[in-house]
Design a protein around this ligand. Structure first.
Ligand code: CP
Length: 324
């Protein structure tokens, strides 16, 4: 794998490969000594032009557990504030020896530009670009759903017959987009629930059903209910109901939590707006996989960096000499 830029162009086989390597990585994380020597001598740069807690820290943890050196770059406090371009910033970091660049940027398409411009030779991982995609979030979500469904027998399995309902601000959500492409490619049936003003105008090529009534969607019996963050910072000209109205019609409250099937899980990519799209009761309930998703994110990002940088056809499990 040369880059990881989106899930729209990721094949079913590539996606399953990442999920299966992530299973191996998760196995290594249960050991007393978590660190693998696999990426010793490699340098991973975390290039973040937007704020992040989970993604940045889990990429850092993933790289360090594979013994890579990590350089963290945050646009705040850097020469970006003096007008330095993406090209000059990236080339500066490459000159310091970057083998992989993990980039989060407010502009949709920035990671692809970095990967295809010829400015740098490092592998590029999209850690979220504008409203476009957030592929590793979708991969860790798919990993979490698969793990909950198949447990220790997850390897090689897709998500055929799994019903996933994604609720909220689809218009601004890169998480929703990446999940739509990935989950449907893995065979899941995906339904979107949103206020009519918060869905994209043209969804003709989206392989999903769209409904506007959350109670109706819950009555259909989803296996996973994924609540999206309301992105007030990206709302611009989009019409948003009042927070009270949004919460009443599209929020996951105690009543709706009770209406879910016995084995349904509640997901959220974080950060959560408690009391808006999800109640504290739902966020902290035994059905919630929020923290499981965070933990799985480290394994999935280890897998992505491993496949990008180790250039190995075999996984650590298949290649014990690399497993330290
Ligand atoms: N889910 C997610 O991308 O969270 P962060 O913004 O904290 O990285």
């Amino acid at each position: 794998m040369r880059h990881l830029l989106d899930t729209q162009t990721l094949s079913r086989e590539e996606a399953l490969r990442i999920l299966d390597v992530a299973e191996d990585m998760a196995d290594t994380q249960r050991r007393e000594v978590k660190k693998l020597p696999t990426l010793r001598g490699k340098t991973v740069v975390n290039l973040f032009f937007e704020d992040s807690t989970r993604t940045r820290i889990s990429f850092e943890a993933a790289a360090k557990r594979l013994s890579a050196d990590v350089i963290n770059f945050s646009a705040k406090g850097s020469s970006v504030s003096k007008g330095e371009s993406l090209q000059d910033t990236a080339q500066t970091l490459q000159a310091m020896g970057a083998d992989a660049v993990v980039i989060r940027h407010g502009a949709s398409g920035a990671p692809r530009t970095l990967a295809t411009s010829g400015w740098i030779s490092a592998g590029v991982v999209n850690a979220g670009d504008g409203t476009h995609e957030h592929p590793t979030q979708a991969l860790l979500d798919a990993f979490t759903i698969r793990k909950r469904r198949f447990g220790d027998h997850s390897r090689g399995r897709d998500l055929a017959d799994v019903k996933v309902t994604i609720v909220g601000d689809v218009l601004h959500s890169r998480v929703a987009r990446s999940n739509v492409w990935l989950l449907t490619r893995l065979g899941a049936k995906v339904t979107l629930v949103s206020p009519p003003t918060l869905v994209p105008q043209d969804m003709s090529n989206w392989p999903v059903d769209v409904v506007y009534d959350l109670d109706e969607a819950i009555a259909a019996g989803p296996d996973a209910l994924m609540m999206l963050r309301i992105q007030l910072e990206r709302m611009n000209a989009a019409y948003f109901p009042t927070e009270r109205e949004y919460s009443r019609r599209w929020g996951l409250d105690a009543r709706r939590l009770q209406a879910l099937g016995a084995d349904s899980i509640v997901m959220h990519p974080g950060p959560m707006n408690r009391g808006l799209e999800i109640s504290a009761e739902a966020a902290d309930s035994p059905r919630s996989t929020v923290l499981e998703q965070v933990a799985n994110g480290v394994s999935v990002r280890m897998a992505a960096l491993y496949l990008l940088l180790a250039g190995a056809e075999r996984t650590p499990a298949e290649n014990p000499s690399a497993a330290g």
